[in-house]
Write a protein that binds this ligand. Sequence first.
Ligand SMILES: *[C@@H]1O[C@H](CO)[C@@H](O)[C@H](O)[C@H]1NC(C)=O
Ligand SMILES: *[C@@H]1O[C@H](CO)[C@@H](O)[C@H](O)[C@H]1NC(C)=O
Ligand SMILES: *[C@@H]1O[C@H](CO)[C@@H](O)[C@H](O)[C@H]1NC(C)=O
Ligand SMILES: *[C@@H]1O[C@H](CO)[C@@H](O)[C@H](O)[C@H]1NC(C)=O
Ligand SMILES: *[C@@H]1O[C@H](CO)[C@@H](O)[C@H](O)[C@H]1NC(C)=O
Ligand SMILES: *[C@@H]1O[C@H](CO)[C@@H](O)[C@H](O)[C@H]1NC(C)=O
Ligand SMILES: *[C@@H]1O[C@H](CO)[C@@H](O)[C@H](O)[C@H]1NC(C)=O
Length: 393
Amino acid sequence: MPASTSLSAIALIAASVLNAAPATALGSTYDLIKTYQGDTFFNDWTYYGHYDNLTNGDTIWVNRTVGDADPKLTYINSGGNAIVKVDNTSTVEYNYKRNSVRLTSNDAFEIGSVWVMDALHLPYGCSVWPAFWSTGVGATWPATGEIDTFEGVNNQAGNQMALHSDEGCTLVKDSATPFTGTANYTNCYVEANSNSGCTIIDGNSTSYGEDFAKAGGGVWVTEFAKDGISIWFYSRPDVPSAVTNANSSIDTTQLGERTAFWSPQGCDIASYFTPQELIIDITLCGDWAGQASTLASTGCPALVSPATCYTTYVLTSSNYDNAYFEIDYIKVYSTSSATNASAVSATATGTHATSTSKATETSTSATSGAGRQVSQGWLCGLAIIGALAFALL
Ligand SMILES: *[C@@H]1O[C@H](CO)[C@@H](O)[C@H](O)[C@H]1NC(C)=O
Ligand SMILES: *[C@@H]1O[C@H](CO)[C@@H](O)[C@H](O)[C@H]1NC(C)=O
Ligand SMILES: *[C@@H]1O[C@H](CO)[C@@H](O)[C@H](O)[C@H]1NC(C)=O
Ligand SMILES: *[C@@H]1O[C@H](CO)[C@@H](O)[C@H](O)[C@H]1NC(C)=O
Ligand SMILES: *[C@@H]1O[C@H](CO)[C@@H](O)[C@H](O)[C@H]1NC(C)=O
Ligand SMILES: *[C@@H]1O[C@H](CO)[C@@H](O)[C@H](O)[C@H]1NC(C)=O
Ligand SMILES: *[C@@H]1O[C@H](CO)[C@@H](O)[C@H](O)[C@H]1NC(C)=O
């Protein structure tokens, strides 16, 4: 039985008795329900098995047969960690796409869940666009809501976190629950600001790219709760024992200051987010990473016409030696044991989601390929360029 109810009740009592900051009432204890790690890491994911028709990237997201065959794009390395990578050995002929991977978890996790990713390396380099994110089941994107825990392009300075949602959900700073990231766009609605989402930028370069790897990687904790959506990022030297010792449960009141927080003051989380599936993907170029202006603002040489992101990078395998995730584990903790995506979607409680007609309109008007999956692509693109320029300063 989850301890959450009694613990938050105790926290609330403590807060009122001690007149402590309301922030202490946030958080809960969640039981471990799923571990992706070691030899079984890849067992409960669906491989996309089709070219990137979502973000116009120059990749074929391979099926498992191809991912498992030489040159392997998904495997467990000698250290026992999961590798998810772009093909960096094959020469690609002009007009063809390069192989990469997009994985979606077979399970969906209900509100009242926490997912933790411990990684040693993230994909980076010019034209590379990786993300670790989630999107809901049981409705049509964006009514499912989307939580971007990690997203980077090219040689961007640090991680960008975001929510994407239907109309009516915003990022409101709640003074009782501070966070260390820099809030940028505040409207989570996909039709605002070219669907930048409501974004929070991690100003520390250890949250992405070469600096992430040099520090020995790091850990993200994402809490999907009706009391708000929180993300904590810890560079390797800072990972707290509340995370490293969370072997059977995690207590999010013990995690310290958040890196990002979307307060329920600005967004009714339960009505804008349905049970979430996790996604790990890497595309190349495409609607965000591949724009000349993005490349130039994220640490890559300016493209000189007629060169494009594709012609400059994609054909040459050695451009992708750093285009890989190395993941120790992904763990999911929850106050609910229900994870079966089909079963969960049948009972999804996203009330806002099912009662709006806007959702359908929005997704069908998403020209580069409609649907929730588009979110990681052009939707995030344009408006973010300025934010990245900021992060690079
Ligand atoms: C996997 O993809 C390859 C390359 O497109 C294709 O030849 C093969 O039939 C696919 N296998 C399965 C099981 O879908
Ligand atoms: C970035 O994170 C590293 C690792 O925790 C830390 O040593 C450093 O002080 C941080 N830098 C800034 C500017 O916050
Ligand atoms: C949790 O597991 C890790 C790795 O196996 C171990 O080192 C640690 O002692 C465990 N912590 C607790 C509290 O059981
Ligand atoms: C390709 O990338 C891997 C890391 O994923 C690296 O170990 C290897 O040296 C790279 N180059 C070649 C030619 O395999
Ligand atoms: C998941 O739920 C669906 C719908 O209830 C059911 O048909 C299916 O058998 C379940 N799968 C597993 C693995 O439990
Ligand atoms: C992308 O391709 C897959 C596989 O053919 C298809 O099921 C899906 O509808 C396509 N999505 C878009 C947005 O075109
Ligand atoms: C947010 O984005 C806008 C537009 O791209 C940019 O001008 C601004 O500097 C950014 N603000 C912060 C705090 O990053």
